[in-house]
Design a protein around this ligand. Sequence first.
Ligand code: NAD
Ligand code: TDX
Length: 332
Amino acid sequence: MNILVTGCAGFIGSNFLLYMTNKYPQYSFIHIDALTYAGNLENLKQLEEFANYQFIKGDITNRELIDRIANNGVDAIINFAAESHVDRSITNPEIFVMTNIMGTQVLLDAAKKYQVKKFIQVSTDEVYGSLGSEGYFTENTPLAPNSPYSSSKAGADLLVRAYHETFDLPVNITRCSNNYGPFQFPEKLIPLMIINALHDRDLPVYGDGLNIRDWLHVEDHCSAIDLVLHRGINGEVYNIGGNNERTNIQIVQKVLAHLGKPESLIRYVTDRPGHDRRYAIDASKIVSELGWKPKYTFETGIVETIDWYLDNQDWWKRIISGDYQKYYNQQY
Ligand code: NAD
Ligand code: TDX
């Protein structure tokens, strides 16, 4: 299989490429990434040895470039590339529309023109909006996004759906809950809290800290996308989640306890505007129809993840010092 992947210098995509090249050494991967602030090729250092891998620095909104790359016998396109941080979408929504919606549409056109056999849109549970204290998101829950980020992801999902209905494009949409694990950019809750705690800095908890997220180890997300690639029924949406609901304050307390740091570091700060209260995924469809089974419990996964940040301090120190941006600006 010859697979075009996008955005794999980021958190989930880099874990996915490492997972896939290990599992399917016979497959070829062409990877396009714009290397925004969130893209870091250091995550993919191991792939320097892997013959069937090609990296191209480029933007998914660049129609001419995407057309040229897709015209190369590409069997599948998996789209991870996105602006992914909710807080940034509140201060600067435009780039979210450009990358998440326009970029997806450019990829869909290329998939259609070159008749790829599978197009996977890596989406999010945030497109469903917010839950009250009961119930779960299923694939039939109406879309009700609340942030510029989630609305741009929902817009992309609707385009993907439309290309299936209108042009019979063989698509799948995956909607996963919050991921954690190695290589997550330190603007997101878990790595931010680990790094601040290690520096004895305040841990900013939005609002009352009782918002709930449903956490899944990134490797379990990767194994789910692998299954969808090989067994997903065209046109179907698959929810992915591990039944690990935690309040934000529980996460922060867990990080502090594992690092042996005091809870006095916690600072309650002004809430995120439009802050979704609770996400919880019903993943029974991918479990029963594709046989997906997550490997990690939250208790083992979170401890391994905190330890990964302890063992890989050079990785995040380069990011927070801004050195890696300077390095990439010189390289490309
Ligand atoms: P990330 O921000 O860590 O990585 C995004 C990557 O996309 C980066 O490498 C960046 O350089 C690249 N990129 C951004 N704009 C681009 C453009 N215009 N052209 C080409 N490349 C571009 O994001 P992530 O957390 O790894 O998320 C990956 C995907 O998974 C996103 O689509 C996101 O919506 C989705 N998702 C994330 C989570 C989560 O918890 N992080 C959960 C569910 C779904
Ligand atoms: O400093 C913080 N303090 C805080 O209380 C940060 C950064 C976050 N939070 C809260 C907000 C959320 O309730 O923690 C929770 C998690 O926040 P984020 O890490 O920003 O993730 P979230 O907004 O839930 O979105 C994530 O999961 C779904 C990803 O960033 C998205 O890309 C994905 O689609």
